[in-house]
Design a protein around this ligand. Structure first.
Ligand code: COA
Length: 301
């Protein structure tokens, strides 16, 4: 860990459009550094990933300007935080401090600024990295910490069950159905975030079974899976398998933030031969436990 730094010269201010390239790069570098320390990999930083990551920052700074902050020291970018608010639900999408400036209180200042939009939220969530400073701050800010697993690798296609009863949805026709399933899961629909995921070319898979407990929806593309919500673990299991079956050949799938509440997802990961690792915590406020037949999107909650 770097030495503790004084925070006297830190300026925390709202993020502007001109900040996006430099602060997105900062966030990538800080998370890649955390990955080296705590045993996870972000994968290759290629132009498509950069475009996606910058578009995500632009999207959230447009929908939630009151939750988007950067930190500077003497004009140098040193940190970024992005939080979103959807109705009664709040989510921290990004919090990073540049290596060389960590452990000096900047993360705490950024988090405190971002948390302001959570003050009257009924429910709040954060997908925490394994960084002990992140876990400490989220726990001290009143979040319950639920240890989480990550499943990542190429799924064993021979393990995919037949007759899943899941179809690739039509984004227009099935939008309201999917939002109703998501809203029942986490308490609020995704709204502009679902539209953004669609604009990024992601697919929507749904199970619209005959009974209310037999409904589920998942957004997935190129191995990226989530958000996922369902009315039962059985329906959740079916759409998760459908998302794994749609992963292109030679491509890793990733199921992120599987807590003890999501044994059904751990079982799918094991059956699909995806290696599991311990990967941080799902942090919740206002929930009795993490919503069980759901998988949280680490970008949108
Ligand atoms: C996690 C991160 C944002 C924290 O920001 P930071 O500026 O480094 O941390 P702070 O100095 O604000 O310290 C946060 C807390 O951790 C404590 N802390 C500092 N060093 C620590 C250490 N080595 N181990 C445990 N706790 C430590 C601090 O005392 C502080 O707690 P307190 O406010 O109750 O005293 C930053 O370290 C980072 O970017 N890490 C890599 C990327 C990452 O994992 N981001 C989180 C994604 S969810």
């Amino acid at each position: 860990m770097p030495a503790t730094l004084s925070t006297d010269s830190t300026l925390v201010r709202p993020l502007t459009a001109a900040d996006v390239p430099a602060f997105e790069q900062l966030a990538w570098d800080a998370l890649a550094g955390a990955g080296r320390r705590y045993g996870f990999s972000l994968g290759e930083r290629n132009p498509a990933r950069v475009a996606w990551a910058q578009a995500r920052v632009r999207h959230l700074s447009a929908t939630d300007p009151a939750g988007a902050f950067v930190a500077e020291q003497d004009g140098e970018p040193v940190g970024i935080a992005l939080a979103l608010r959807r109705g009664s639900f709040w989510f921290l999408s990004l919090l990073t401090v540049a290596e060389g400036h960590q452990s000096g209180g900047i993360g705490r200042q950024l988090l405190d600024a971002a948390l302001r939009t959570s003050e009257d939220a009924e429910r709040a969530m954060i997908c925490s990295s394994p960084d002990p400073r992140a876990l400490r701050r989220y726990g001290r800010a009143g979040f319950a910490l639920h240890a989480a697993l990550d499943a990542k690798g190429q799924p064993d296609r021979t393990a995919v069950p037949t007759d899943l009863g899941v179809r690739e949805a039509d984004w227009d026709a099935d939008h309201d159905f999917a939002e109703s399933v998501f809203a029942a899961g986490r308490g609020e629909p995704y709204g502009p975030d679902l539209a953004w995921l669609r604009s990024q070319g992601m697919k929507l898979f749904v199970r619209d079974g005959a009974t209310p407990s037999d409904r589920a929806a998942v957004v997935a593309s190129d191995g990226q899976i989530g958000p996922l919500a369902a009315a039962s673990p059985e329906a959740a299991t079916r759409v998760l398998w459908a998302a794994l079956a749609a992963v292109p050949p030679e491509t890793d799938a990733r199921i992120a933030y599987i807590t003890g509440q999501q044994q059904w997802a751990a079982e799918v990961a094991l059956a699909a031969r995806l290696p599991l690792s311990v990967a941080g915590a799902l942090c919740t406020r206002g929930y009795v436990a993490p919503p069980a037949p759901c998988l949280t999107s680490e970008v949108f909650g």
